[in-house]
Design a binder for this molecule. Structure first.
Ligand code: OFO
Length: 169
């Protein structure tokens, strides 16, 4: 059984993950509009990953006998200055999500919820990977100043990204 505090925090995290999905889908549509279809695909995969994260929390609350309470999802930003701005916003958002995951982990320790500590470890590792992926792309985009033929090369590479759900939910 989850403690009241843990259940509330997990429900907030489900909302944060769904908002992340919404934000990345919004970025995807902005990128499509700007003829960057490879990056639009990259963001669509990001949207799928975030939906997967939300569902992982959702299922965990249910598995622990808790109650899932879905709240309204905030409207995401709909436009950005350019591709570099998109990825700077993405990194900022992922840093924020990392802080939320760390808070959840701190709470799990405070509540002596060992099962949650084990469950949340997956997210701690996932955030390292998520941030690393975005930092790498951002560095490449800054290097080419987000324009020119090199941008089209990067866009083509981003087109090949696919969603591969991790084995266990
Ligand atoms: Fe992009 O991160 Fe979810 O958790």
């Amino acid at each position: 059984m989850l403690t009241v505090k843990m259940e509330k925090a997990y429900n907030e995290q489900i909302n944060a993950e769904l908002y992340s999905a919404y934000l990345y889908l919004s970025m995807s549509s902005y990128l499509s509009l700007n003829n960057l279809n490879g990056f639009a695909n990259w963001m669509k995969i990001q949207y799928q990953e975030e939906t997967f994260h939300a569902m992982k929390f959702y299922q965990y609350v249910i598995d622990r006998g808790g109650k899932v309470v879905l709240e309204a999802i905030e409207k995401p930003q709909i436009t950005w200055k350019n591709i570099i701005d998109v990825f700077e916003s993405t990194l900022k958002h992922e840093n924020h999500i990392t802080a939320l995951i760390n808070n959840l982990m701190t709470l799990a320790h405070e509540e002596k919820d060992h099962a949650s500590v084990s469950f949340l470890n997956w997210f701690v590792d996932e955030q390292v990977e998520e941030e690393a992926n975005v930092i790498e792309l951002l560095q490449e985009l800054r290097l080419i100043e987000g324009k020119g033929p090199a941008l089209f090369m990067l866009d083509r590479e981003a087109k090949s990204r696919v969603f591969t759900p991790p084995p266990a939910v």
